[in-house]
Write a protein that binds this ligand. Structure first.
Ligand SMILES: Cc1ncc(COP(=O)(O)O)c(C=O)c1O
Length: 445
């Protein structure tokens, strides 16, 4: 008899062949979380280079204490949605604090960042409206398109002219047009050309929503993100974000200066039909959010660290994302070598994210790191050193780049678990060509 799981046979084969080359990213299990940047993996002390813990605040004493206190006084969960079961004080306070932080009129809290995009976008763009999304959008934005009744149009990644052409074709139509972009793109770390997008949105009378998931706490003098950094906060209609990265917990939000935002609560299914965030999560998010504006030193450290990793890997000869940011991704076109590099790094005690097509732009295989202010220069130097050693052995980078990489190292690599002595994979095949942007999938309006 056939099984309901038969349709997944190709996926299961893919997973099995991935595991046969070492391990599966889905099976990684940390036994002990030592700090924001270290954990044990199968008994081995491992540097965490792929956690999105940008400011390293997951162990912040005050945030931890606030969560513990709230657990004691308010319990472990709300056991229902705010529409059905009412709000807790903390939900309301956090929304007020978010609105104040962004200098905007209102904020709505969601249970995750994924739900914030799903709930905000699907509610804002309804029947007869148009959703214009960047082709490299996060899955939560694509899923919002499925939930929305709007007509969905994709434009080329970070291409304002392509967006303008799509909007031009909509002239004369009556529905609202909502453009959705991200500040820092989660896979390659590149950033939206916000000024150009804003000029186009104004020209065509569209609305603009920006997902600041990876830039909250990371960019701008007060940590409000790309909009703040570029001085364009007044020109953006909606901002979504998450507490799962620099804020170090879980939860999401929508903020806006437009009057009337509150109605979204009554039309957004991911807001109405799911339990509201637990009070302990809200308590720690509030505590951490209150520190973001003043976290200037952490932001500086974060960008210094990002520079050390990005420049070190670039000097070693790796193909990286186009922009320096705390997301540093090595772009590879050979699946076996990408998997070998990822496994080699793990053997050496360094954890990165292995991102595989179709979740990646242009079908690349990505070894993605998200750097933290809590990383030390020694940890980063070690990561660059081990990556370069394995990269040379796999023929991913030229041996002649060794000197460059060594010169880029600030403090010199020190071994952790004997890491840089390990040579787990060896091949001298040259790297095959990386697909170009021209191969990107683009939907037609
Ligand atoms: C750009 C972007 N938006 C939204 C999300 C969803 O956030 P969360 O994990 O908090 O649900 C992510 C998560 O990785 C993301 O990268």
């Amino acid at each position: 008899m056939s099984s309901i799981f038969d349709k997944f046979a190709p996926l299961q084969e893919q997973h099995a062949s991935l595991t046969a080359l070492g391990r599966s990213p889905a099976d990684i299990e940390f036994q002990e979380i030592i700090s924001p940047t270290e954990a044990t993996l199968n008994g081995k002390r491992t540097i965490l280079m792929g956690t999105n813990n940008y400011l390293g605040l997951t162990f912040d004493d005050e945030a931890v204490e606030a969560a513990i206190e709230s657990l004691r006084t308010e319990g472990t969960g709300t056991t229902g949605s705010r529409i059905a079961n009412g709000s807790y004080d903390g939900h309301k306070e956090l929304e007020k604090e978010l609105a104040e932080f962004y200098g905007m009129r209102s904020a709505i809290l969601f249970s995750t960042g994924y739900q914030a995009n799903l709930g905000a976008i699907a509610a804002l763009a309804g029947r007869d409206d148009y959703l214009l999304i960047d082709a490299d959008s996060h899955a939560s934005i694509y899923d919002a398109c499925r939930l929305s009744d709007a007509q969905v149009i994709r434009f080329r990644h970070n291409d304002p002219q392509n967006l303008a052409r799509k909007l031009e074709r909509l002239e004369g139509t009556s529905g609202s047009k909502l453009i959705v972009v991200e500040s820092i793109y989660s896979m390659l770390g590149d950033m939206a050309p916000l000024k150009e997008f804003i000029e186009i949105k104004k020209k065509y009378g569209a609305y603009l929503l920006i997902d600041e998931a990876h830039s909250l706490g990371v960019m701008g003098e007060k940590g409000r993100g790309l909009c703040e950094q570029t001085g364009l906060e007044d020109d953006v209609d909606f901002i979504t974000g998450t507490f799962s990265k620099s804020i170090g917990t879980v939860g999401g939000f929508l903020v806006s200066n437009l009057p009337g935002l509150d109605i979204v609560r009554f039309v957004s299914r991911p807001y109405m039909f799911t339990a509201s965030p637990p009070p302990s999560v809200v308590a720690s998010a509030r505590k951490t959010l209150s520190k973001i504006a003043g976290a200037t030193d952490l932001r500086k450290k974060l960008w210094d660290n990002a520079g050390q990793l990005y420049n070190g890997l670039k000097a070693a000869g790796f193909e990286l994302g186009p922009t320096l940011s705390p997301i540093v991704a090595i772009r590879l076109s050979d699946s076996e070598k990408a998997i070998a590099l990822w496994n080699g790094l793990l053997d050496a005690g360094i954890y990165t994210n292995l991102a595989l097509p179709p979740a990646t732009p242009f079908g690349w295989y990505l070894l993605r790191s998200s750097i933290s202010a809590a990383h030390t220069p020694e940890q980063i130097a070690l990561a660059v050193d081990v990556c370069s050693t394995i990269g040379r052995e796999l023929g991913l980078i030229a041996v002649s780049n060794r000197k460059n990489a060594e010169e880029m190292q600030v403090n010199g690599a020190k071994t952790l678990n004997g890491a840089s002595e390990k040579r787990p994979f060896s091949t001298s095949e040259p790297e095959s060509a990386v697909p170009t942007r021209a191969g990107a999938p683009v939907a037609r309006a």
